[in-house]
Design a protein around this ligand. Sequence first.
Ligand code: PRX
Length: 635
Amino acid sequence: MGFRIKTFEEYQQAYQKSVTQPELFWAEIAENFTWKKKWDKVLESDFRKANTKWFSGAQLNITENCIDRYLENQGHKPAIIWEPNNPEEQHREITYKELHHKVSQVGNMLKNNGVKKGDRICIYMPMVPELAISVLACARVGAIHSVVFGGFSAQSIADRIQDAQCELVITADGGFRGTKEVPLKNVIDDALVQCPSVRRVIVLTRSQTPVSMLKGRDVWWEDELKKVESMGNSECPAEPMDAEDELFILYTSGSTGKPKGVVHTCGGYMVYTGYTFANVFQYEPSEVFFCTADIGWITGHSYLVYGALLQGATTLMFEGVPTWPDAGRFWEIVDKHQVNILYTAPTAIRSLMAYGNEPLKGKDLSSLTKLGSVGEPINEEAWNWFSEKIGKGRCPIVDTWWQTETGGIMISPLAGITPTKPSYATLPLPGIQPCLVDENGKEIEGNGVSGNLCIKFPWPGIIRTTYGDHERCRTTYFSTYDNKYFTGDGCLRDEQGYYRITGRVDDVINVSGHRIGTAEVENAINMHADVIESAVVGYPHDIKGQGIYAYVILGTSLHDHELTRKDILQTVTRIIGAIAKPDKIQFVSGLPKTRSGKIMRRILRKVAEGEMDSLGDTSTLLDPSVVDEIKAGAL
Ligand code: PRX
């Protein structure tokens, strides 16, 4: 059986084999990669302890698989095409050969700065090629990267750096997003006040923003690169890594207050992202793949960088935003670089849809062959618009369901192979055994049913641990339902056996495809001096998918309410980042609580959704009258 599935029958055969002979199946897939040493054992797993190991005993370096093995046959093929924020700035193309050189240089730069295998490195950078190069350079020398999205606040960065005890930070003076300039180094300086573990900060010049450079700690990227060049030797041998050595940490929100450091390891992650990239997108050797996600999120890690390069693809990286200088920016990029595969998020599709046909005028989209969606449920209207206006009815759409914790795509059509259905992620990929369970953890068999989505067998991309706290990994993902990985998502399986993800069933809000824990937002709001208590829920939002609705009880301060509202937004921006700012804040005098003091979020959710008449039973509330006040003041 081949690596690349070409027909629906082959998909069915591969799926069958992956269930009946999972170890053999994945061993054959893994043969398509370069290993320094082969594995002793394909799989060892115990879900009850949250332990899974793939390809034990094997050694590899993922960058050899992403770069070195393509040097001979396609050294001059572009590996990365970079399109800057400002269309007037020159774009850049980096061939596989050049990428090899640059990753080696930066690898040596890290070593010159004392980096050793296993060190944790925080990367807080704009979407420039040096971000991808830094990620790969860490992997090259065996350092564990922890990329933090450029929109997070100093406090969020500090929390993440402390949790992982990072030794080194790679950042830039600043970055561009539309008309905005993001002062990255300034934010890092604020964060580092709380981070004694960081002894070195490497700063790339991007925006020419004035920054402070602390003697003994901060160095310029360009100077460090010169030092490497003056040493003459541009080789940077790929560090041999055990299959289960950690490759990276990526923090993600959950239903409890503190973000978790999701850990992925080298061997399984490589096999899984490479395999899923090739098959879901049906990548052909000359195609240009444009993933619009930021590298700060898992989609950027797994498909913009690793998955694409693992298959020798040309990956397009975009620094800006979809709506600047105008809402035709994506289409202009597709036209300019003759993009073949466009992988984006429903929120972007919905926001661009709102601009109508005008931004599409004069843009040649005929190069497109396949389209992809990720991050949140895609509504039928957006799916149809994407299919008709962008794909011109000729491009299959892959609605890919997966999570930071799953490493790669789990449920998705294979482009052009699996018959699609709007708003359905369709069928599990080979190796993935989804199941739906009821409240009591009982598996719901058959079709035409819905329940909580679990996965009952390990796959190579599965989360290995939450950094520094394995018990948290076990309780979060493996203890809700016995012997199953719980996704936190609700899901429907239709008569045909197709899966449709209906959204989170825990206290996580999906805002524009980004996960935000309600508890995290509440903690941030509660930090404001005038706030006594708050409760946060999600509500349907036309563009973002879900918006953030906060109910807030204020103290007795005489401060103007309008100002306090703005101050709360400012506080949340400071504590988490602008992405977590509530869309609506309703001041209330009390929250609906049960006699045991638990907030009844169900009621708050209904009010936020505007469904005042179906609040259900409120008789168990301590003070049912607060509900009337909340209903009356609903925004
Ligand atoms: O609720 C699901 C939603 O996004 C969550 C995972 O978020 P994150 O770890 O940030 O990763 C996003 C990118 C992989 C899931 O639990 N989600 C992701 N993809 C889809 C989706 N919901 C519906 N359809 C999808 N295709």
